[in-house]
Design a binder for this molecule. Structure first.
Ligand SMILES: [Zn+2]
Length: 198
């Protein structure tokens, strides 16, 4: 069977409004912006092919344009014109923190009470909304400081270990050394700052 690549006609469809350009040179001249044909230089262009460049209507920088374009706005001007995309987080959607339905008890801002994600209508309004403390992320410098502290602790503990005579003392020290070795390797426990802040 012969292949039919023709686009099926859709009844009532508009005809393409784009005119076929018969004389590209004339067409380029008729454009209100500077047009140049340049050999490809970019990674996604062919070096032997010529590409149509047109001055950006905003800043005038030469930008790749399709052969039929009459005016063009470069990407950096578009970026200046539009707001950055908004990323909706799950917090924005429900107003509830991540993992709220795993919490033993969670009270939303309207006073709805949930026990492990299941609403308890009879408790509505009887409890204060749950306050979620924002997790504090450690900066690089803080991390480095904690690691350094851990290393000096390990050093001290190893000295203690040499002096320790009893097995049970050695065991305690060894456990502590292991704890600080984890930290020294970059695995800092979540509650480290709470437990070690002066
Ligand atoms: Zn521009």
């Amino acid at each position: 069977m012969a292949k039919n690549n023709r686009i099926p006609k859709i009844r009532g469809a508009k005809r393409s409004s784009r005119e076929v350009i018969k004389n590209q040179k004339e067409f380029d001249k008729s454009c209100n912006y500077k047009v140049e044909w340049r050999y490809g230089t970019k990674w996604n262009q062919q070096k032997t092919a010529k590409y149509r460049y047109m001055a950006c209507r905003e800043c005038g920088s030469m930008t790749v344009a399709s052969p039929a374009a009459t005016a063009i706005t470069c990407s950096s001007c578009v970026q200046k014109m539009v707001d950055p995309p908004v990323f909706k987080s799950s917090i924005a959607k429900t107003g509830r923190p991540a993992g709220w339905h795993f919490m033993k008890e969670y009270v939303d801002k309207d006073g709805n009470v949930f026990h492990k994600g299941v609403e308890k209508p009879e408790l509505k309004g009887t409890l204060k909304p749950t306050v979620i403390e924002k997790k504090k992320r450690l900066t690089k410098r803080e991390k480095a400081k904690i690691k350094q502290e851990a290393n000096s602790k390990i050093y001290d503990l190893k000295k203690q270990l040499k002096k320790a005579k009893f097995k049970k003392d050695q065991r305690v020290i060894n456990r502590q050394i292991k704890y600080y070795q984890r930290i020294s390797a970059g695995r800092i426990p979540k509650n480290y700052l709470e437990n070690n802040s002066e």
